[in-house]
Design a protein around this ligand. Structure first.
Ligand code: WTA
Length: 662
């Protein structure tokens, strides 16, 4: 459901961004050597990408390995797109094999640092060898082309190996973020009918052990997860730090299966439209959506955006801080950079462990040149003051990126000055799990950046801002953000729910993909994304569906009804506030509050714990019985409600909620 476009938040947010009119021209030194070095060059490539996609994509994917070239670039039967028709490939040949005959074979593919400070390097040749062995092992377990494999791991090089090994044999991976609970993992295994789960004993987080294998055990002990008959367990922490149980006949150690696997495994050559992965994300109903990406188009999108948006160079040491469990990790820690032969830095732990200098110390030590992170992390670091970054030499950095939510201009400027020393361009990148790769960016070297704006469309992307009726709005008018044309890395459907795919994304605005975001475009064509205008919240860069939280809460015996809303938060961007009415016989109080927060953590994961739980006798509803979230949002934010309350059934409910707050 969409909130009214004229809603308070939207116009307020647009107003605050309207006041921002600073421009940061591309630094001359950077522009001189940039891949796209002027606005004119960008315009020409952009025009070509829309007018002649065949020529554009053939040239731009020439470094990738297609076993059979495509005969037709696109077939668009709205809402279904097929790209690169007739082409065949295996993504691992582009990410790994193609580098083996070049100097890249001995280049570091992954430079890893554990939370405890230990480091590892994995070259392209080594990554290939591990991938091929694990791929063979999966085959030996009976995994076939098209079968699903769940991956529940932390940030270790083996998670990339696991993804690539699936791709090698044409199996479809579904990576489940390690912060999800056993119940959430069980649901994803059930929905995807995964045959195998690849996991590790445990991961380090803030000096504590995250018991990944034990969580897999819990998930698999439930009948809904019975499709998964095998697990492969990577030993990361070791039995001293993380004791685990291995179930005979079901669980096998990673090292053992690799040792008995053949040393080679020919890549399964698949059609460009063969599924590559499913990634579950939150939507406006309780059930997570299985976003399905396919092989050729996804690889093309991840490859080309990595190359241009990060202006990747041979000697870059590139760090994307996102967890591999989210789409940013998929596209910009695995497929994008590896298909470009880049060196990626991967960090296991928390950004502030053991202290707030952690990021900056690693940048100095590993001479990181590109940093791609989220506004919430930037704001959290900014709050700690300049002394932490000041202790370290950050002069290796040459480019900064941001993703996941709108960045407020103050945080942008801090990032630019304090971290980038004023010399690094900032690319603000807008995209989604569904889009697969970056859709809009302030392309570095080519265009000036404006703090808070995600800039211009990437090649082949046609964004627009429209009214609820689908009419384009004028410059600087707020509206719904849509994409008018298909793009190669677009998701093809929702796993086993094509109807939801049509309804959720292609029925709101005629003939367009509706993003769920609100935006405005300024007089220079720059896009300013305001944020979600559906029932999805962006809490500290994590995408959370309000309905998911609500259904988790009402599954608790004490809860009669629940409503989840967002409240602006200085660090998290949005904080999660829930209003709960209780069943008769339950007593409101701190004890129940803790229990309910724990319950959400169990149902979904700790990252989804509400920031505030408020008890109420009743929720404000319309006469037809719909919860009026807009009003609850105002209450949560301590705002007067300017909107219409005439449909409210009982004004007393609202008055009481406000009173309780004071
Ligand atoms: C938001 C993450 C403003 C947006 C890659 C989108 C952004 C949602 C930006 C997708 C940005 C992402 N500026 N908002 N640069 N990037 N968003 O699927 O609301 O986890 O719809 O994908 O994040 O979140 P998702």
């Amino acid at each position: 459901m969409l909130r009214p476009l004229q809603g308070v938040t939207m116009s307020e947010a647009i107003e605050s961004l309207l006041k921002e009119n600073r421009r940061f021209e591309p630094p001359t030194d950077f522009a001189r050597q940039a891949r796209v070095s002027s606005r004119e060059a960008y315009d020409a490539m952009y025009r070509e990408s829309l007018d002649d996609p065949d020529t554009f994509w053939r040239r731009e994917t020439s470094a990738l390995v297609f076993r059979t070239p495509w005969t037709k670039v696109l077939e668009w039967n709205l809402p279904h797109a097929r790209w690169f028709l007739g082409a065949t490939l295996n993504v691992t040949e582009s990410c790994l094999d193609r580098h083996l005959s070049t100097a890249t074979a001995t280049k570091t593919a992954l430079l890893w640092e554990g939370e405890d400070g230990s480091t590892r390097t994995v070259t392209y040749a080594e990554l290939h060898e591990k991938t091929v062995r694990l791929a063979g092992a999966l085959k030996q377990l009976g995994v076939q082309k098209g079968d699903r494999v769940a991956i529940y791991m932390g940030m270790v090089p083996e998670v990339s190996v696991a993804m690539l090994a699936c791709a090698r044999i044409g199996a479809v991976h579904t990576v489940v973020f390690g912060g999800f609970s056993a119940d959430a993992l069980r649901d994803r295994i059930h929905d995807s009918q995964a045959k195998v789960v690849i996991t590790q004993d445990g991961a380090s987080r803030r000096g504590q052990v995250v018991p990944l294998k034990a969580t897999v055990d819990k998930a698999l002990s439930q009948p809904e997860a019975k499709s998964a008959t095998h697990t492969i367990v990577y030993r990361h922490l070791g039995s001293e730090r993380c004791r685990i149980d291995m179930k005979e006949g079901r669980d096998a150690w990673w090292d053992d299966v690799l040792a008995s696997a053949p040393a080679s495994c020919e890549p399964e050559i698949v059609d460009a439209e063969h599924p590559l992965f499913i990634l579950y994300t939150s939507g406006s109903t309780g059930k997570p959506k299985g976003v399905l990406h396919t092989t050729g188009g996804y690889l093309a999108g991840a490859h080309v955006t990595s190359k241009y948006v990060f202006d990747l160079r041979e000697d870059d040491i590139y760090w994307c801080t996102a967890d591999v469990g989210w789409v940013t990790g998929h596209s910009y820690l695995v497929y994008g950079p590896l298909s470009n032969g880049a060196t990626c830095f991967m960090y296991e732990g928390a950004p502030n462990y053991p202290d707030w200098a952690r990021f900056w110390r690693m940048i100095e030590q590993h001479k990181i040149t590109i940093l791609y992170t989220a506004p919430t992390a930037i704001r959290a670091c900014m709050r700690q003051g300049d002394t932490w970054p000041a202790k370290h030499d950050l002069s290796s950095l040459r480019l900064l990126g941001t993703v996941g939510e709108p960045i407020n201009p103050e945080a942008w400027v801090w990032y630019h000055q304090t971290i980038g020393g004023g010399r690094c361009p900032i690319v603000d990148t807008w995209w989604q799990t569904e889009t697969g790769s970056i859709m809009m960016a302030t392309l570095p070297g080519a265009v000036a950046a404006k703090p808070g704006s995600t800039g211009l469309p990437f090649f082949g992307v046609a964004p627009d801002v429209v009214t609820q009726e689908g009419d384009p709005v004028g410059a600087n008018q707020g509206g719904l953000l849509v994409l008018r044309k298909p793009w190669p890395s677009m998701f093809r459907t929702l796993w086993q729910d094509d109807e939801r795919f049509r309804q959720g994304y292609f029925s709101t605005i005629k003939d367009c993909y509706f993003t769920g975001d609100g935006a405005r475009r300024d007089e220079d064509g720059y896009m300013w994304v305001v944020g979600r205008i559906d029932d999805v919240l962006n809490v500290a860069g994590h995408r959370i569906g309000t309905a998911e939280i609500e259904s988790a809460l009402v599954s608790h015996p004490a809860v009669a009804e629940a409503a989840a809303v967002g409240r602006p938060d200085d660090i998290k961007g949005t904080a999660l506030v829930v209003f709960v009415s209780l069943r008769p016989g339950s007593t409101a109080g701190p004890e129940l509050r803790d229990k309910l927060a724990e319950h959400v953590a169990k149902e979904i994961g700790r990252f989804a714990r509400p920031d505030l739980i408020r008890f109420t006798d009743a929720l404000p509803k319309t006469r037809s019985g719909k919860i009026m979230r807009r009003l609850l949002k105002d209450v949560a934010s301590g705002r007067e409600s300017t909107g219409d309350t005439s449909t409210l059934e009982d004004l007393g409910v609202l008055a009481k909620l406000r009173q309780d707050q004071e």
